[in-house]
Design a protein around this ligand. Structure first.
Ligand code: NDP
Ligand SMILES: CCCCC/C=C\CC(=O)/C=C/C=C/C=C/[C@@H](O)CCCC(=O)O
Length: 804
């Protein structure tokens, strides 16, 4: 096709044949476009100029000559000049004549060239005309070809379509052809086989025909015989049918009997089995019944014994818990009320008791030791007959003889002060001396809770003992304190384990009032925070006392000096500022959030502009924390998944984690820490009551010391150091890849800052109370003492702090 694509435009721009004729014609007149024409014209002009020059000169000479002859007479001198000029003109004329000749020659040459060109031009014109003709022919041919081409293209497309259709039709045809070919081949094969078989059959047929003929003969013979037999058979058949009928009837009867027999056999077997089972069960039940009856009788006996023992123990416990102490078969009670001998005797009678009667040296020694070296009034007197000492018998049976005189202090009884008719056991020695019945002891007796035995699991009442101690008279520089608020804190669990021995007074801080003072820094009536433990009274110098802030506002409960504006508040502040180095805008997680420490942690973080998530174990605590301004709070005990709840509360993770709980809780938090997160490890309350260690450290309560610490979260059972194989948590991966910082701390590390920190806490608290601060100002849960020191404080019973 490409070759047929003649460029019509190219030809369109060229002059057609008619135009050529025009051009040829005009070419004769447009001489300026042709060099030979220009040369001819120039030559002609030059000739005209020369002719004019010659004519001019001859006119001039005629005039000059005329003038010469007329002026010859006047100007003979100019003749020579004129001659010269004529010569010059002659020379010019010659030169011009030459030039004209040359031009004529060139003109002739050009004329020739022009003629040649004209000839070539004519030739070209002819060729052009021929080419035009050929072009026209070619154009026609091309058009015809184009038409044929189009027709062919159409034809080809139709053919292509038909070809495609045929191809499509051919493929199934091909397939069926193949199939048919196969079938034909198979048919051919079977045809061949059948032909063979037919031939074989034909052969056999022939054979059989022969045999048949032979058989036909035999058959005739046999038919005869058969007919005879048939007759006999008919007779027999009749007989058989009669027998058959009888047989069926009998078989039916037998089957029915067999069925009933089987059913009965089964029932008998089942009954037999049940019988055996029931017999066995009856025997077992009988045995159990006998055993149970025996056991019940034993239990009843045991129960009765135990009930008696329990009642007895209860009685003893009641007595013990109300301050009675048993020695051998007697009970003793130490009253700290200030009374005279006579008043004390009356008091004893009111309590259904009597003043101490000593029956043996052993008993005297016990009383001396148990009383904490107090002076003890004895039921021993000579009030009836001076000098005749006798034991009182206020309802006490069998008390008669006086103890041996050995126990008297040297020189006693001396009736020194006249009327010294009663006896008391000396606090300084084991000896007895006498005093006046109306004389009063001046001692102060303090009540103190002691750690009777190290806690095993949850603290029990029997882990504590109430002890009374006579306090010395305060001396110069000393003060006598009276407890106002005692604190019961979770930290006491791990502390007691490591720092206390059995019999020690329970550690702890208290808010106390100064009731006697020989120290001007602590006047009577002022309040202090003292670390003297669970005691009602204490004598000490001022060195270890912290005065409650002097400007403590009246409307802020003093108990907060053991809470938000005390050690727990300081712990919260240091954990956040010193350990977490918390910054505005960060997200903080705190657990045990409604506790003394946790509630302050959350509030300070809010004051600092952080987002706070808290967890607590009751819905009431959750509401309380929301009131405090926590952003997200949930009850970790009721959520379906701690992990999901933590993630929902802070989808982008936690920058800081204030850890109070430890154990599994912390394992769940670790993966949700953000990069460069900080973890302040304050406590691990979830482990304090464990009897089987969750991880690591094993304690031996007997010694009050820590056994070899198993830093392994990861102990191997092979070591035999831990009874339970430990399986994590393994925090290293998170610590490393998230580049976390996890730091344990004790509040006392920043002791030097305590006073200024307490002022900061108080300022936040006052802002809240006065309403001058932001809504996020500190609010404090404060302790409620639910019992006096003589009873077991409730928090000890519950193991946790009580808040309002
Ligand atoms: N490092 C230090 O210097 C100090 C550390 N601490 C530690 O701070 C932590 C909090 O003390 P504090 O605020 O005084 O305690 P509180 O008695 O005020 O609060 C403790 C709260 O912890 C929660 N709790 C108890 N058992 C579990 C448990 N198994 N799992 C989860 N939560 C539990 C209870 O709340 P809920 O009902 O919400 O579960 C409980 O009320 C303790 O671990 C303590 O040892 C305290 C002071 C100083
Ligand atoms: C009995 C179970 C032992 C498990 C031990 C596990 C972890 C130890 C732990 O949680 C320790 C916590 C310690 C808290 C200490 C608090 C002191 O700062 C309190 C000081 C009181 C004061 O100075 O007034």
């Amino acid at each position: 096709m490409q070759t047929m694509d003649i460029d019509k435009d190219t030809y369109a721009n060229k002059p057609r044949k008619k135009d050529y004729i025009g051009v040829t014609f005009s070419a004769n007149f447009q001489w300026w476009k042709r060099p030979s024409g220009v040369a001819a014209v120039c030559l002609g002009l030059l000739c005209v100029l020369l002719l004019a020059g010659i004519i001019g000169l001859s006119v001039y000479y005629n005039r000059i000559i005329g003038h010469y002859y007329s002026a010859e007479r006047f100007q003979t001198s100019s003749l020579n000049n004129l001659t010269k000029e004529r010569d010059q003109l002659k020379t010019s004329y010659n030169t011009l004549t030459k030039e004209r000749d040359e031009l004529q020659t060139r003109y002739n040459t050009l004329t020739k060239e022009r003629d040649q060109l004209q000839t070539r031009y004519n030739t070209l014109t002819k060729e052009s005309d021929q080419l035009q003709n050929r072009y026209n022919n070619l154009t026609k041919e091309r058009d015809q070809l184009q038409t044929r081409y189009n027709t062919l293209t159409k034809g080809r497309d139709q053919l292509q379509t038909r070809y495609n259709n045929l191809t499509k039709e051919r493929d199934p045809l091909q397939n069926s052809y193949n199939t048919l070919t196969k079938e034909r081949d198979q048919l051919q094969t079977s045809y061949n086989n059948q032909t063979k078989e037919r031939d074989q059959l034909q052969t056999r047929y022939n054979t059989l025909t022969k045999e048949k003929d032979q058989l036909r003969t035999s058959s005739n013979t046999l038919t005869k015989e058969r007919d005879q037999l048939q007759t006999s058979s008919n007779t027999l058949t009749k007989e058989r049918d009669q027998l058959q009928t009888s047989y069926h009837t009998l078989t039916k009867e037998k089957d029915q009997l067999q069925t009933s027999y089987n059913t009965l056999t089964k029932e008998r077997d089942q009954l037999q089995t049940s019988y055996h089972t029931l017999t066995k069960e009856k025997d077992q039940l009988q045995t159990s019944y006998n055993t149970l009856t025996k056991e019940r009788d034993q239990l009843q006996t045991g129960y009765n014994t135990l009930t008696k023992e329990r009642d007895h123990l209860k009685e003893e416990l009641n007595k013990q818990s109300s301050g009675w102490q048993k020695f051998e078969s007697s009970w003793y009670y130490l009253s700290t009320e200030k009374k005279s001998w006579t008043e004390s005797r009356q008091d004893c009678l009111k309590r259904g008791a009597h003043l101490v009667i000593i029956n043996s040296k052993k008993e005297q020694e016990f009383i001396h030791e148990w009383s904490g070296c107090l002076d003890i009034y004895l039921g021993f007197h000579d009030t009836n007959t001076e000098g005749v000492w006798e034991w009182i018998n206020d309802g006490a049976l069998g008390q008669s003889s006086a103890p041996g005189t050995t126990y008297w202090r040297d020189g006693e009884p001396n009736d020194a002060d006249q009327g010294e008719d009663c006896a008391q056991l000396s606090k300084k020695s084991l000896q007895i001396y006498c005093l006046r019945p109306e004389e009063q002891s001046t001692m102060v007796v303090s009540k103190a809770w002691t750690l009777h035995q190290h806690f095993q699991g949850f603290p029990k009442a029997s882990d504590f003992h109430l002890r009374e101690e006579t306090l010395p008279q305060p001396r110069d520089g000393q003060v006598l304190l009276e407890a106002v608020f005692l604190s019961v804190d979770p930290y006491m669990r791990p502390y007691s384990q490591t720092m206390m021995k059995e019999g020690d007074v329970m550690i702890g801080s208290q808010v106390a009032k100064v009731i006697q003072s020989y120290n001007p820094s602590f006047p009577v009536g002022c309040h202090v925070v003292s670390d003297c433990g669970w005691r009602s009274h204490w004598v000490c110098d001022g060195a270890e006392l912290t005065p409650v802030l002097p400007d403590w506002p009246q409307d802020i409960p003093l108990s907060l000096a053991l809470g938000a504006i005390g050690m727990p508040g300081l712990t919260a502040l240091y954990g956040l500022e010193e350990v977490c180095e918390i910054k505005k805008g960060e997200t903080l997680l705190v657990n045990a959030a409604a506790g003394a420490v946790g509630s302050v942690v959350g509030q300070i973080a809010k004051i600092k502009g952080c987002r706070v998530v808290g967890c607590a174990g009751t819905d009431t605590k959750v509401s309380y924390l929301k009131q405090l301004g926590f952003d997200q709070v949930f009850n970790y005990k009721t959520v379906t998944s701690l992990e999901e709840s933590l993630r929902e509360a802070a989808p982008h993770g936690y920058d800081c984690y204030f850890e109070n709980v430890g154990g599994k809780f912390s394992s769940v938090v670790m993966p949700q820490m953000r990069e460069y997160g900080r973890i302040a490890v304050c406590g691990s309350i979830s482990m304090y009551n464990d009897t089987t260690p969750q991880t690591g450290i094993l304690s031996t309560p007997q010694t009050g010391k820590l056994s070899t610490p198993q830093t392994g979260i990861l102990s191997t059972p092979q070591t035999g150091l831990l009874s339970t194989p430990q399986t994590g948590p393994y925090v290293h991966t998170y610590m490393i890849f998230k580049q976390l910082r996890m730091e344990g701390f004790l509040c006392a590390r920043w002791k030097h800052k305590h006073q200024q920190s307490l002022r900061r806490l108080m300022a936040w608290m006052t802002e809240h109370i006065t309403g001058t601060g932001p809504t996020t100002s500190l609010r404090g849960p404060h302790l409620v003492i639910t019992a006096t020191v003589s009873g077991m404080p409730d928090p000890v019973k519950t193991g946790t702090r009580t808040h309002t």
